[in-house]
Design a protein around this ligand. Structure first.
Ligand SMILES: [Zn+2]
Length: 252
């Protein structure tokens, strides 16, 4: 693909907006990470605003083991073809998207803001984590977040994700690929059956009140693409959090 690359080297601090809104940013504030002194066990000690990371009772990610079958509303993805901006914020590679893509769940309507990747997957199913997960972050008019998790396993290449993996930015880089069109619907599995539960952001400040929808069917990308992502970002999955009183619902 003869794409014109415009590369903006940027300090993470220069890029606020969507990302900091969902706390996936490496913006101003205490330094947190996935290992050592800034690691998940210490997030709440880094800033009083991160208190929920230790004290919350509806934290994510969770192990999806016992579920309750329920007549959940179908997920209505209105995903188009877009020109993305890829940003490596030091915690993940986040793909920022222009407005115009949405998700409806029953009477709720959410706008799609961005998606980003974790390796291994943060959520586990029956105690097993997938190789990766893509989190599609949506927000409704009241500011409530709805995150759709798409598990990624090694296998056949996926034309949709090829575009992302072909342009992985290095730490701190933001890449806009002018003539690249990303087919967002092509990033999803064909079966949209899902698990549903209440949870939180999986990064500081670990704010709760996030509706999680984890698709039951995974998609695949090539083992080489997974390896390339791991080399770049390393392990960026928060440890599993206790369910406490929560129930995981599963679509029929
Ligand atoms: Zn995430």
């Amino acid at each position: 693909m003869d794409s014109k690359l415009s590369l903006l080297k940027t300090m993470a601090i220069a890029a606020v907006g969507l990302a900091s809104l969902t706390a996936q940013a490496g913006g101003p504030g205490p330094h947190w990470s996935y290992h050592g002194h800034g690691g998940p066990a210490h997030w709440a000690e880094l800033d009083p605003a991160f208190e929920a990371c230790a004290k919350g009772v509806s934290q994510s990610p969770v192990n999806i083991k016992k579920t309750e079958k329920a007549d959940l509303p179908a997920l209505g993805f209105v995903y188009g073809s877009v020109s993305p901006t890829l940003w490596n914020n030091g915690h993940t590679v986040q793909v920022n998207l222009p407005a115009g893509n949405s998700l409806t769940v029953g009477d709720q309507s959410y706008d799609l803001l961005q998606f980003h990747l974790h390796t291994p997957s943060e959520e586990a199913i029956g105690g097993k984590r997938a190789a990766m997960v893509a989190h599609f972050v949506h927000k409704n008019a009241e500011g409530r977040l709805g995150v759709v998790g798409v598990l990624i396993q090694p296998g056949k290449r996926n034309a949709g994700f090829d575009a992302v993996f072909a342009h992985l930015p290095r730490t701190g880089e933001k890449i806009t690929v002018d003539d690249l069109k990303l087919d967002l619907a092509g990033l999803l599995p064909t079966d949209h059956g899902y698990y549903s539960f209440e949870g939180s952001l999986t990064t500081p400040p670990c704010s709760e009140g996030v509706s999680w929808m984890v698709l039951k069917s995974p998609v695949t990308v090539s083992p080489r693409q997974i390896e390339a992502f791991r080399k770049l970002v390393h392990d960026n999955a928060r440890p599993l959090q206790p369910l406490h009183e929560r129930v995981v619902k599963e679509s029929l």
